[in-house]
Write a protein that binds this ligand. Sequence first.
Ligand SMILES: [Zn+2]
Ligand SMILES: [Zn+2]
Length: 485
Amino acid sequence: MRRISTSPRTPQAWLLVSQKPSLILALASLLALTRFVAAEAPPKPIEAPKARYSGPKPPWRPRRRRADSGTLVRMRVRGQGLMDLSRWPAEPASPSPVDATKLARAIRTICGWMPPKRPRRYAQWILESSREFSVDPFLIAALIYRQSLCVPNRKSDYGAGLTGINVRMHSDFVRKKRYRYWVLDSGRWARKLKPMPRYLFFPPNARRSRPSIYFAAALMSIYREQHKAGVCKAFGSVPHRHAVSHFIWGDQVKDAGAEDRVLRARRRLLLYYAGDETNQPNHGRYEKLALRFPLDAPPRKITSGLGDERADGKRRHKGLDFSSTFGEPVRAVAAGRVIIAGIDARHGPSRNMPFEKAKAVPKAQLGAGGLYVMIRHRGGLVSAYMHLSRYDVHAGQKVEQGQLLGLVGRTGMKKSSAHLHFELRVKGTHIDPTVYLGTDVFVPEATYLGRKLRWERYRLRRREAYRRWRARAAKTGQRAKKGER
Ligand SMILES: [Zn+2]
Ligand SMILES: [Zn+2]
């Protein structure tokens, strides 16, 4: 009553209002609604702008794109690229010359388990091909990891072999072991030929590891020239940073998210090549405690932020979801003691247990956090790492900063793809990790997709509030009618 009495100014008006309770209710709910609507209207979503082009038509038709007939599927455009690409720091340079043994170690580290001689073989093949086509060997290694997760002769929906080459996309351009392509040179399309003498470009070869690496290097050198000279614009690509986008998409790049994942893998490879992955520099700080990033080779995009709604608004997201790949190492942000290494039980409190036991727990008994690790640090700070596919620590254990805790997974999840859920708490209160981890993260709204999702959530909430208001107004209207009778 008190809250409403502030709006009518004179006592007469107050009398009028107090005699009509329905009016009060309607006024109050309208007030609440307008306040709700005005308070948090996020910016409207936008699409990634396509490049405009008015020069001569490219001489090849149709454009190169992933064949999507048969078993091959169309790539989804989700808008996962950053809206402001200049926010990405410059990618680190590759060492020169590249040491084959260290490259093999980097490949072995990023790929996980491999037969003992395989990483060395891959490293040699990568080096020989990258030399032939003067392409960055770390980029080829990153493609092997991203396109096939290092599984040889794999046939995925998007392409064949280690580097996931979509043969149908290119077969019209290859004749007699030469690749025909065009670049825009002072207003005209100039034809060029790239010899690929070593292997015949056809599916059985694309599935074999050595040719697959060879073709990836050749295609990257072709795309590098075309990316610089006209192709991005002529086919209306969205803004992207690197020629590797074309390796994934073909002539028209529709989303910059894929190149971000390849370049992220490349940064990790460079870190593993240097051999000091546990000593990644600290970017963040909580009071006096220096914090490193829980994953290797930041920056990372956040796919869901602190406070986002979960379960139709019944609960809130208590941490950050970092864009990451299944099986990536998760490391302690600072030294401390493990307080939980176990499962987030669906019913009842979290339970400590060794990993061997935790992995046998049925899915139905797991809470949303899945398998997780929690560490107490100096100064009362607690960090938590969830949805792990495995963990290598036990409760009570002391850990160093950067020590491997476990691997990224998707335990406890229903729909999302694998990612790390990361939390920071102080005295039981969740704090926003973006503030304390330094500048190595991009909030969800920095991408086209994040902005769209936020807008959709807002629209949904607004519609729901309006529906509630209508229902209440209808009820009070009925009551008023009854009173008249
Ligand atoms: Zn391009
Ligand atoms: Zn999460």
